[in-house]
Every structure is written in structure tokens, then in C-alpha cells.
Design a protein around this ligand. Structure first.
Ligand SMILES: C[S@@+](CC[C@H](N)C(=O)[O-])C[C@H]1O[C@@H](n2cnc3c(N)ncnc32)[C@H](O)[C@@H]1O
Length: 206
């Protein structure tokens, strides 16, 4: 792995994930988590400070990047929040079936090589009564912009840790065995449109 991938990229991802527009989304979504929680691609732990320690028994965060997990270990969080970090990939989660009340994925599925497998794994580790909370960027509804996203995706992915511009979580939920609730889909303000179209919501095992 190059110096860029190992050190610079983790700095860039850490910064990008702390922008105000993303922080606003986190502040609305993450307090809904309850019970035993799994975060896919926890990164630098930008969600940790938004968990409600009174509703959450533990947050398990899985991420392949040791550099980002080290940042997550230092990230601010409410007092008493039990956080456990683990190396691993969302496509092959190191957890048994039906052990989590909530699975969280924020700005992660774009970077996971096989997002369909990651969602199937999320479904597997969720309890039947559990729920998936998500906020992901992806394929824009405007045809012209979508064309640019497709064109630029290879170069973008090479620079941005494998981040794809054209993922569509809304289309991937049902095939992975989820029943989505109402989705909030919009461009985030003050975020470049190329990466600004986000889908936020909840889904339950079907
Ligand atoms: C843009 S960052 C988002 C981090 C975090 N979810 C957040 O909201 O700040 C994308 C994350 O996905 C992680 N990632 C990449 N490939 C992955 C995989 N196969 N499984 C799980 N996480 C992965 C990266 O290491 C990185 O932490």
C-alpha cells in the first residue's frame, strides 16, 4: 500500500467526513440507534459522539483501515459508551447471525467493493426485530450529472480510496432482504453535486 493510501488518504477521509453537511445528517440519524449496534466502515469514528449512551449497549465498529480505526479509538463520544473496534470487511462480517439490534452505514457503501454482499451481511447479523440506519451518497437523478458521475468514477475511485459515485442504496435494499421505510433523498447543501446526492433512512429485515 502506498504512502498516499496509508497516511494521506486517511487524513483526507477523516477531514471530509467531518464537514458540516455530513455532521448534520449524522446528528439526525445516529441518535435513533439502540441496543447492540454495528457500524460498517466506522472510519475515523465521526458518528460516535451522536450515539445516545442511554439507548445503546455497545457500538462495534468494523473497518479494514488500521489508520482510520486508530482515529476512531480517539474520537469523541458520550461518557460510558462502550465502543469495540475490529479489523474486517463489510462483505464478510466477523460476527454470528442475528446478534445486533441496529446496523449503521454512513458514507461507507460507496467504498465497499461489493455493496450487495455488504447489505446481505448486514441483514444476516441483524436480529429479526433489528433495523438498518443509513445515509449514503450515490447516483444522482439528473441525467447529465449521472453521466458525469459515470465518466469520472474510475479516476475518482483511484484518488478517493475506492469511493464509487454511482451506487444506489435505494435499489439495493430489497434484493438484500430489507424493507425500507420512507427515504429522504436530496442534494446536501454546500457539498459538490458529484458526491452530494444522498439517501437517508431506515430499513427492516423483510
Ligand atoms: C468515506 S469513509 C466513511 C467512514 C464512516 N462511515 C463515516 O461515516 O465517517 C469510507 C469508509 O469505508 C471503509 N471501507 C472501505 N472498504 C470497506 C469494506 N470492504 N468494508 C467495510 N468498510 C470499508 C473505509 O476504510 C472508510 O473508513
Amino acid at each position: 500500500m502506498s504512502f498516499y493510501d496509508r497516511r494521506l488518504l486517511s487524513e483526507l477521509i477523516g477531514c471530509a467526513c467531518r464537514t458540516r453537511a455530513l455532521t448534520r445528517q449524522r446528528a439526525r440519524l445516529i441518535p435513533l440507534a439502540s441496543g447492540r449496534v454495528l457500524e460498517l466502515g466506522i472510519g475515523a469514528g465521526a458518528n460516535l459522539r451522536f450515539y445516545d449512551a442511554a439507548r445503546v449497549t455497545a457500538v462495534c465498529g468494523v473497518d479494514p483501515s488500521a489508520e482510520l480505526r486508530a482515529k476512531a479509538a480517539e474520537a469523541p463520544r458520550p461518557e460510558g459508551l462502550d465502543v469495540r473496534l475490529e479489523g474486517g470487511r463489510a462483505e464478510a462480517l466477523p460476527y454470528p447471525d442475528a446478534g445486533f439490534d441496529t446496523v449503521v452505514t454512513t458514507f461507507t457503501l460507496c467504498s465497499v467493493p461489493d455493496s450487495a454482499a455488504a447489505l446481505q451481511e448486514a441483514r444476516r447479523v441483524l436480529k429479526p426485530s433489528g433495523r438498518l440506519l443509513f445515509c449514503e451518497h450515490g447516483l444522482a437523478p439528473d441525467r447529465r450529472l449521472a453521466r458525469w458521475q459515470r465518466r469520472l468514477e474510475p479516476a475518482w475511485a483511484a484518488m478517493a480510496g475506492g469511493c464509487r459515485l454511482t451506487r444506489d442504496i435505494a435499489a439495493e435494499l430489497a434484493p438484500a432482504g430489507f424493507r425500507p421505510g420512507p427515504l429522504e433523498r436530496r442534494y446536501l447543501r454546500k457539498v459538490p453535486k458529484l458526491v452530494g446526492w444522498t439517501t437517508t433512512g431506515e430499513a427492516w429485515p423483510a
